[in-house]
Each structure stands twice: as C-alpha cells, then as structure tokens.
Design a binder for this molecule. Sequence first.
Ligand code: IMP
Ligand code: MG
Length: 179
Amino acid sequence: MNSSELHKFELLLPQNQIAKAISELGRRISEDYRDKEPILIGVLKGCVIFMADLAREISIPIEMEFISASSYINGHTPENKVDMYGGPDTPLAGRHILIVEGVVDSGHTVQTLIGKLGKMEPASIEIVTLLDKSKCRQVEIDIKYRGFDVGDDFVIGYGLDEDQKYRNLPFIGKVLNDK
Ligand code: IMP
Ligand code: MG
C-alpha cells in the first residue's frame, strides 16, 4: 500500500468485532433454522468474505449458492436498475432462502432479488447482511439479520470494494473524502 492509500480511510470496525458479530449471527441462524436446511444465496461479489465466515459459524446443514448483481442509475432518471445474472440452479420451491449481502444501502439490489427469487415459490426469504446503511434506504426492506448499522459513510474491506479494490482488507474502513 503506498502512502496516499494509507490516508485514504480510517478504521471503522476491527477484525475481532466483526468476528464476534458473525459468530452471533451464525448462532441465531442455527437456532432459527434448525431442521429447515436453508439455502444461503450470496450476492457477489460483496458477500464473499462474510459468507465464508458466516457459513462456518452455522452449525446446522445448509446449502450455498451465489448470484451476481450489479446496480446502476438508469441514464437521467432517478430510477435504480439492478442487473442479475448467474444464480442458483437448484430448485427453490418450498425451500428456506437466506440472501447473504455484504452491505444493504438503498435496498434496490435486495428488493430486486426478493422479487426474482420470490417467483420460484420458496417457503421463506430472509436477508442477512454484514452491514446495514439504513439511513440510505430508498425502499422498505425487512432485514432480519444484520451485523452492524453503519450510517451513510462509504466503507471498504471485508469483501466491499471501491472500484474493485480493497475487498481483501480484513477489517471495515471508512473512506475519507479529503484524500
Ligand atoms: P443497494 O443500494 O442496497 O442496492 O446496494 C448496491 C450495492 O452498492 C451493494 O451491494 C454494494 O455492492 C454497493 N455499496 C453500497 N454501499 C457501499 C459501500 O459503502 N461500500 C462498498 N460498496 C457499497
Ligand atoms: Mg461495488
């Protein structure tokens, strides 16, 4: 890391605090989904580090699937568009789904995913996110499992990127505006 990058962000959540939160989420999910064999569907790429840790804190049988999502603002309109590709190739009818996200911001990505997966007639769908930027929400979403509520700062690390970089930071950093 060069010196300008060192001044790019400040520590928001250290590794041990993240590990503790993930362990607690895993414990709750293991309890709530006992005998339900849920399918964790990770939203790439932001979910990767969180999902790998979370899965290992869950002590009941689960399946793991992934879907890719990218969101962008559609031209000059304020409407958010979300593209989805890939996705589970296992039947979802009657199954219990846990959508696993690194961060929920406006809520458009998760809302679009719930719409898409809901058509496959699962028994239930809940959201698990490491970070919730609830102040930034534009659509109403019910998040059952969240690690932290982090205000509206842009954050990096633990799977979350800025221009595809910093996903490998083992902690969550808050990006500073005066770089
Ligand atoms: P949404 O606004 O809830 O649809 O979130 C869209 C996507 O924006 C998330 O899945 C992340 O990939 C990305 N995103 C939102 N906030 C942040 C952030 O603070 N850091 C890194 N990525 C973010
Ligand atoms: Mg991104």
